[in-house]
Write a protein that binds this ligand. Sequence first.
Ligand code: F6P
Length: 562
Amino acid sequence: MLKNKHVKTTPEPTPLTELPVWQTLEAHQQRLSQVHMRDLFAADPKRFSRFSLDHAGILFDYSKNLMDDSVMSDLCALAEQRGLPDQIERMFSGETINATEGRSALHTALRNRGPSAVYVRGEDVMPDVISVLHKMRAFTDRVRGGDWVGYAGDAITDVVNIGIGGSDLGPVMAVQALAPYVKDDLRVHFVSNVDGTHIAETLRKVNPRTTLFVIVSKTFTTQETLANAHAARRWLVEQAGDEKAIAKHFVAVSTNLQAVADFGIDTDAMFGFWDWVGGRFSVWSAVGLSLALAIGIDRFEAMLEGGHEMDQHFREAPLLRNLPVLMGLLGVWYRNFIGTHSHVIAPYDQSLQRFPAYLQQLEMESNGKQVDTTAASVGYHTCPVIWGEPGTNGQHAFFQLLHQGTEVIPVDFIAPIETHNPVADQHRLLLANCFSQSEALMRGRTLGEAIDELQEQGLNDAEIEALAPFKVFPGNRPSNTLLLDQLTPKTLGALIALYEHKVFVQGVIWGVNSFDQWGVELGKKLAKTVVDELDAGLVVSSHDSSTNGLMNRVLAAIQQTP
Ligand code: F6P
């Protein structure tokens, strides 16, 4: 097998599943398969206080999980034996932990609010980080203050962020999440899909004189982003009647200075970041420029502070009192010992509607891997499918399956105690739904309870006998609840960092590199070939019959179009 010269091939001392603590955890699973969480709660009135933690404005209640003290302490022992404390230090101190790409993973440096230096290959990166933040401050202040004007002298009213994946999902999620903090007279739009509908519909809503395009691409080679950026550029030049307008209406966020210059954006209007920032970890960098434009740089920095607070906790707290560690380990417990396949994210906050999508990239692009860091097949399951929708909408769609389906699917409930939008008693209704869903998942309903309820409703015995089995819920279905004081820039920062570190914890346990994404390359490469063949317009026979058939159908339709 060909090996990248950067790949370290240090052999694992003991394979994960052969560690004695792994066998112990399997025995715990056997033991707990006979136990119902109802009984665990009944036996221990202090279960909530023993299995909950409060940090950085987030109360993490993990008491409604199918575990006990022995499980948690053995999961922590597993983390110790996989070298988690050492790996945490390696990440924070800029070691090349992304070995297949020969890079550090230092998103934590972007939100390092203290005076400490952070070294990458012997060089302190903090002066550059701070200098980009200063540049962002100066720029966002000018735009927000009306001092940055378009080609006709008008202030900016609309920002269009063009990017995809990590260059879209973080900013779009955060702009929605922090909607109450967004400047009243500034609208922020996001265009990611190469489907022309996305850019076309956005351009229909904006005025060229007052629109700023922020082109975000770490590589500045991403097909979708460049196609949309060129469309925006054509549109602007056509409307303005002069190429010079580009300088007033386009800025770039990238690590690729040359490609930005080749596109025609002045490199002075480029906000840089570095190869040690992974796309899905980049909202903290200049990739968050649209967010900073929307909420102002002080609030953007408050988000960095929230992230930093979670970083310090992750680095310093003992494993058993460490939020990201516990969250990550519980995920491993379900995936590898209980045998679950997916994990639901249910934010009970409409403004967190893109949070599940954001976490899909964060978790699945990071830990959706089948070889470990030594390039060997892992031989156990890694990242589960992450999915979800805001509550209460989800309750009227897929929660039926969570309650009575054949699979156990752990849920993360996320809710703010205080709302930005008090409407009559609706926030209480929202929280009541959130809490009662996790309670129902945990408790379930026994046949006896179902019969009692039907008797109370006045049904006769025959009706009860027929209906009661359908009203039984097994319960014993796990969930975490994350209760935020309020959804603010700071608590959002802490929440994002919490999930980032959860992903890291799981990557360490599974022994995978959470910071590369080779799996998306093949599709990109094949798309290039297919597009060239569609452009050539000749009958295609070089692929499998399905791909040939689909392409030839499109080619035939193009030929028939007058
Ligand atoms: O989908 C693959 C990916 O490389 C992501 O990891 C990344 O966030 C996205 O594409 C966008 O990449 P870029 O910022 O280089 O345009």
